[in-house]
Ligand binder design. Structure first.
Ligand SMILES: Cc1cc2nc3c(=O)[nH]c(=O)nc-3n(C[C@H](O)[C@H](O)[C@H](O)COP(=O)(O)OP(=O)(O)OC[C@H]3O[C@@H](n4cnc5c(N)ncnc54)[C@H](O)[C@@H]3O)c2cc1C
Length: 380
C-alpha cells in the first residue's frame, strides 16, 4: 500500500494558476491539500500569459458555453482579487482598464463590423468608435487606424503577481506546496485513485487527485488518453523608460495585443502555433508581433525589450476546459484545457472544482469525457 506521506486527502498535480486556485479554495472548505509542482510555482503557461480577462473580445459564436463561463469568471474576478490580496498580503495585479479592438485596413474593418454585430446580438457591452474617438481615448494609436470597438468590461490581471498571491493564500490556508516534485503518474486500483507516483519512486496516497498540469496533463501514466494539445504562444515584455502613459487600455488587433500593466510595462503577444511541446522563441514570431503592433502603436518601437518567452496553452478540440470527475476512475478530477483563458477562468474553475470535491456536479458542457462520448456516438 502507498505511504500516506502527505496526510492530504486531495493531491493537486500542477502549481499553475489553475492548480493553486483550486488548492486555495479546497483548503478553505476544510480539505487537507497538497500541490505537487515539478518546477517553480507558476512555471508553465501562467508565467508567460498576458493576463487578459477578456470574455467579450474572445467571444465566438460557436463557443457560447465558454462565453457564459468566462463572463461568470470575469464577474467573480474583483471579489476574488480582493479576497486573495487580504489572504496573502500580495496584490494579484487586477487592472480595470477596458480594451479597444482596432482595425488598420478595409478588410479588418469589415471583420470588426461582423465582430461588433455578433457581440450586440449576444447582448455584450461593446461600442463602435470612429478612429478619431479611439485616438482621443488612446492618443498613441496610429492616425491610419480605420475603425475601433470599445470593450469597457474586458480587463487584465498580472499572472505572475496572481501566482505569488495564490501561493501565499494557499499556504496561509494550510496547503502544502511541494516544488521540484515531478509526478510520473496516477495510481489507480480497482477503478479508484489511490495516490500518485513521483519521479524517484516515492508514492503519495490520496483520496482525490486533481489533474491541473496544464498542457502536460495528458502525459501522466495510469490514465486514459485525453483530448489535449499544446498551442504555443510567443510574447515580448516591454518597458517604457519614460514610465506609464503610452497606453491605458488593452489594444487588440488582428494577430496580437498589447496589455499595459499600468506602470510602464507592456506585454506584446502572442503567436498561436501548433508545434507540439516546442517553447523556443523565434525571430519570425517576434518580428510579426512587432511589425503588426508597431503599425498601430508606433511608439512601441521606443520601448525597451525586457524579456521574450514562449508558453504552451492547454487546448481542447472545442477550446473549452475539462472540468469535473472522470467517469471511469473514482477520485480523479480533471481541471485543465483552459487554452487562451486560464487566467480569466481561474476563479470560476476553483469554485467549480472545489464544489466537485464536496460532491457537487460540474457543468455538463465541460465534462472531461465529452470528446470520447462524441467519438463513440459518431462510431455508432
Ligand atoms: C502566450 C500566452 C498568452 C496567454 N494570455 C492569456 C491571457 O491573456 N488571459 C488568459 O486568461 N489566459 C492566457 N493564456 C492562457 C493561460 O496562460 C493558461 O490557460 C493558464 O496559464 C493555464 O493554467 P494552468 O495552471 O492550467 O497551466 P500552467 O500554468 O501551464 O501550469 C501547469 C503546471 O503544471 C506543472 N506540471 C506539469 N506536469 C507536471 C508533472 N508531471 N508533475 C508536476 N507538475 C507538473 C507545470 O510545471 C506547470 O507549472 C495565455 C497563454 C499563453 C501561452
Amino acid at each position: 500500500m502507498p505511504q500516506d506521506a502527505t496526510a492530504s486527502n486531495v493531491v493537486v498535480i500542477g502549481g499553475g494558476a489553475i492548480g493553486l486556485s483550486i488548492a486555495w479554495r479546497a483548503a478553505q472548505r476544510g480539505h487537507s491539500v497538497c500541490v505537487l509542482e515539478r518546477g517553480e510555482l507558476g512555471a508553465g503557461a501562467s508565467h508567460v500569459a498576458a493576463g487578459m480577462l477578456a470574455p467579450v473580445t474572445e467571444a465566438d459564436a460557436g463557443e457560447l458555453a465558454l462565453l457564459e463561463l468566462g463572463l461568470r469568471s470575469a464577474r467573480a474576478w474583483p471579489a476574488f482579487a480582493d479576497e486573495l490580496a487580504a489572504a496573502s498580503g500580495a496584490d494579484p495585479g487586477l487592472r480595470r482598464c477596458g480594451a479597444l479592438v482596432v482595425a488598420r485596413d478595409g478588410d479588418e474593418a469589415a471583420a470588426l463590423e461582423r465582430e461588433l454585430a455578433l457581440r450586440l446580438e449576444l447582448g455584450l457591452d461593446v461600442e463602435r468608435l470612429l478612429p478619431s474617438a479611439a485616438r482621443r481615448l488612446e492618443p498613441a494609436l496610429a492616425p491610419t487606424l480605420r475603425l475601433a470597438l470599445a470593450v469597457p468590461g474586458d480587463h487584465a490581471a498580472d499572472p505572475r503577481a496572481l501566482v505569488l498571491a495564490l501561493a501565499g493564500a494557499a499556504r496561509a490556508a494550510g496547503v502544502q506546496l511541494r516544488t521540484a516534485t515531478t509526478v510520473n503518474g496516477v495510481r489507480v486500483e480497482h477503478g479508484r485513485v489511490t495516490g500518485v507516483e513521483l519521479r524517484g519512486g516515492e508514492v503519495l496516497a490520496a483520496r482525490e487527485v486533481v489533474v491541473a498540469a496544464g498542457a502536460w496533463s495528458g502525459a501522466l501514466t495510469g490514465l486514459a488518453p485525453i483530448a489535449l494539445r499544446p498551442v504555443k504562444g510567443q510574447i515580448m515584455r516591454l518597458r517604457d523608460p519614460e514610465g506609464p502613459g503610452l497606453l491605458e487600455r488593452i489594444v487588440r488587433f488582428e494577430g496580437g495585443y498589447l496589455v499595459p500593466r499600468g506602470d510602464g510595462r507592456y506585454v506584446l503577444g502572442a503567436t498561436m502555433e501548433e508545434r507540439g511541446f516546442d517553447t523556443t522563441v523565434t525571430a519570425g514570431g517576434l518580428y510579426e508581433l512587432l511589425r503588426d503592433a508597431g503599425e498601430l502603436v508606433p511608439g512601441i518601437h521606443e520601448l525597451v525589450v525586457e524579456e521574450t518567452a514562449a508558453g504552451l496553452r492547454p487546448a481542447t478540440p472545442d477550446n473549452a476546459p475539462l472540468l469535473g470527475r472522470a467517469q471511469d476512475v473514482a477520485g480523479l478530477v480533471w481541471a485543465t484545457g483552459h487554452h487562451r483563458n486560464g487566467i480569466l477562468l481561474a476563479p470560476v474553475t476553483a469554485e467549480i472544482v472545489a464544489g466537485v470535491l464536496d460532491g457537487d456536479a460540474a457543468p455538463a458542457a465541460f465534462a472531461p469525457g465529452r470528446f470520447a462520448r462524441a467519438r463513440a456516438g459518431a462510431a455508432a
